[in-house]
Design a protein around this ligand. Structure first.
Ligand SMILES: *[C@@H]1O[C@H](CO)[C@@H](O)[C@H](O)[C@H]1NC(C)=O
Ligand SMILES: *[C@@H]1O[C@H](CO)[C@@H](O)[C@H](O)[C@H]1NC(C)=O
Ligand SMILES: *[C@@H]1O[C@H](CO)[C@@H](O)[C@H](O)[C@H]1NC(C)=O
Ligand SMILES: *[C@@H]1O[C@H](CO)[C@@H](O)[C@H](O)[C@H]1NC(C)=O
Length: 215
């Protein structure tokens, strides 16, 4: 009788200890994360399309298929506005879409590079070629409307692998969700024509969150 109460007490004690330790660890962890945030204040990496040229965007209709011919170039700026965090970027992939049809993909638009704190880098994406596309009626009527206006809505998605450097500590590479650039690009038949009439407006694509301290 006495023995069993004793062991129940002991069990209660060790259970209590376990909870106390878990709580303590949880608090230390939370406070460390908070201090980490205060020191580094990690901000998103920002993507902006600063310039775009579209010199070809046409559909040819044959008996067997519809082919899209395209020639599109983008200048994309990547802003690291962090005061104390550096980033490594690699495998930057650009996918061009019309409606929800993707018509061109470029893997590795740039070699891997390191981007220090408070800096902006520029990468270029060039899509040139042709692709058989199957457009729905709605997409086709939009295409015809945009052909008359000579301004096309093209959606460019950017994917990448990113690693952050906090002081001397580096995280592992992560693949954040794609960045989405919804572009409205005037067609130009010559480089000079790009600076008359409808001009490309700088387009904000949003950003990606930096990986936190995971190896
Ligand atoms: C992009 O940048 C390059 C080099 O600075 C420049 O020659 C070009 O006109 C810019 N625009 C496009 C759409 O390529
Ligand atoms: C191509 O031809 C088909 C059949 O005549 C037509 O339905 C479709 O609208 C045409 N597409 C274009 C891009 O003109
Ligand atoms: C599309 O049609 C063109 C012209 O008929 C032909 O040369 C090309 O091979 C076709 N492409 C496909 C994927 O069927
Ligand atoms: C992209 O470049 C990296 C090295 O910078 C290379 O390891 C990788 O295989 C390349 N990927 C593609 C799809 O070309």
């Amino acid at each position: 009788m006495l023995g069993s109460r004793h062991s129940r007490d002991r069990c209660f004690k060790c259970y209590f200890c376990l909870v106390a330790y878990a709580t303590l660890i949880f608090f230390i962890f939370t406070i460390s994360v908070f201090i980490f945030w205060l020191i580094f204040l990690p901000q998103e990496l920002k993507f902006t399309v600063t310039d775009a040229s579209l010199t070809k965007f046409s559909l040819t209709n044959t008996t067997t298929n519809t082919t899209l011919y395209y020639n599109l170039a983008l200048n994309i700026s990547i802003g690291n506005h962090n005061k104390k965090v550096g980033v490594y970027l690699s495998h930057i992939r650009a996918t061009a879409n019309y409606g929800d049809k993707s018509f061109a993909v470029v893997n590795n638009i740039s070699t891997s590079f390191y981007q220090g704190h408070k800096s902006i880098s520029t990468v270029r994406a060039v899509f040139e070629g042709h692709q058989v596309v199957v457009l729905e009626e709605l997409e086709l009527s939009r295409f015809n409307f945009e052909r008359r206006a000579r301004v096309y809505n093209i959606d460019v998605k950017l994917g990448l692998r990113v690693k952050a450097r906090y002081g001397k500590i580096e995280t592992g590479y992560l693949s954040p969700p794609n960045v989405d650039c919804q572009l409205e690009i005037p067609l130009s038949s010559s480089p000079i024509e790009r600076y008359v009439g409808a001009m490309f407006r700088l387009t904000d694509c949003g950003g990606v969150a930096l990986p936190l301290l995971v190896p």
